[in-house]
Design a protein around this ligand. Structure first.
Ligand code: CP
Length: 338
């Protein structure tokens, strides 16, 4: 199992089942703080450098929120042009500088392996918030935590489940990282639903097959969505060689309530890493699903905060001190009873 304190979290390859379960155990203890039922000041005085060199809403804000909920401070930079990287500074030098200011770093960058390169110069833990088409390990952890929690509503477990991964499986880094984490579980059935040309890369297929899981590859949704978990992805337009190429796939796979009723099980849980592309011609996860109880996309987002709180607590070595630094929440919060 990973000895988390002081470690960088760069790839799901660092995690085995014990490490995953350790993270989930700490994450579940974070729920009262995320719901504002209690506060903790365990990271009071600590500083997070939240460096996002590629667009993000959820990952950036939830990393910052997670650190704030533990009592820490957040310093943020967004976009390449607002950083000295635009003047030719190396990732190594940037890391040497930033880690002299901060106690932890969360980072997203458009290039594969860039966060690992940055980490070589960092003296404080660096957590990968997405490195180009390569990995998104914290998304995979929050997705897996969501799967575990959602399946428990139906008294099911991850071992033995059936998951359908749908859409852009070539460039969608979240499905790459999630598939690798699922290799630590038993007897998972994968249905990979992607248009021709956007199939899951071979190295992921090999890892899944070598774990003893069953895989079927199909190129249409009809008849292929009767899974416990249906995980839809966005066409990752920004990673295509040209917009023209990406446009060929836009709107190819749209899940609506009618598709759900016709092709999913009544208990199929719908997930998406978000953002969902809601433009009319894409509409990949229709708004008419918003009141479907099995649409888990906004619960996924909440699980992102507690998963990231757990990673900060573990890498900074305070996972057993959180309640020691607890205080009251004096203000009204609608979240308290959620
Ligand atoms: N899921 C995800 O990574 O969302 P953002 O791009 O908004 O961070």
């Amino acid at each position: 199992m990973l000895n988390f304190q002081g470690e960088h979290i760069l790839s799901v390859n660092q995690l085995n089942r014990d490490s995953i379960e350790a993270i989930f155990s700490v994450a579940k203890k974070m729920e009262p703080y995320a719901k504002k039922q209690k506060r903790t000041k365990v990271l009071e005085g600590a500083v997070l450098a939240n460096l996002f060199f590629e667009p993000s809403t959820r990952t950036r804000v939830s990393f910052g929120t997670a650190f704030n909920l533990l009592g820490g401070l957040v310093r943020e930079t967004t976009g390449m042009q607002s950083s000295a990287l635009a003047k030719g500074e190396s990732l190594y030098d940037t890391a040497r500088v930033i880690s002299s200011y901060a106690d932890a770093v969360a980072m997203r960058h458009p290039d594969a392996h860039s966060v690992a390169e940055f980490a070589t110069g960092s003296t404080v833990p660096v957590i990968n918030g997405g490195d180009g088409p390569n990995e998104h390990p914290t998304q995979a952890l929050l997705d897996l935590l969501t799967i575990e929690k959602e399946l428990s509503r139906f008294e099911r477990k991850i071992d033995g489940m059936h998951i359908a991964l749908v859409g852009d499986l070539k460039y969608g880094r979240t499905v790459h990282s999630l598939s690798k984490l699922l290799c630590h579980y038993k007897d998972v059935k994968f249905t990979l639903v992607s248009p021709d040309g956007l199939e899951m890369p071979d190295y992921i297929l090999d890892a899944v097959t070598n774990s003893g899981h069953q895989i079927e590859l199909v190129n249409q949704m009809e008849g292929n969505l009767a899974a416990d978990i249906v995980y839809q992805t966005r066409i990752q337009e920004e990673r295509f060689p040209s917009q023209e190429e990406a446009n060929k796939y836009r709107g190819g796979f749209k899940i609506s309530q009618a598709i759900y009723d016709a092709h999913c099980k009544p208990s199929s849980v719908l997930m998406h890493p978000l953002p969902r592309d809601s433009r009319g011609d894409a509409n990949e996860l229709d708004n008419d699903l918003n009141h479907n109880d099995n649409l888990a996309i906004f619960r996924q987002v909440q699980n992102g905060v507690i998963a990231r709180m757990a990673l900060f607590a573990l890498t900074l070595g305070v996972e057993n001190l959180v309640d020691k630094y607890e205080t009251e929440v004096p203000w009204y919060s609608a979240k308290k009873n959620s």
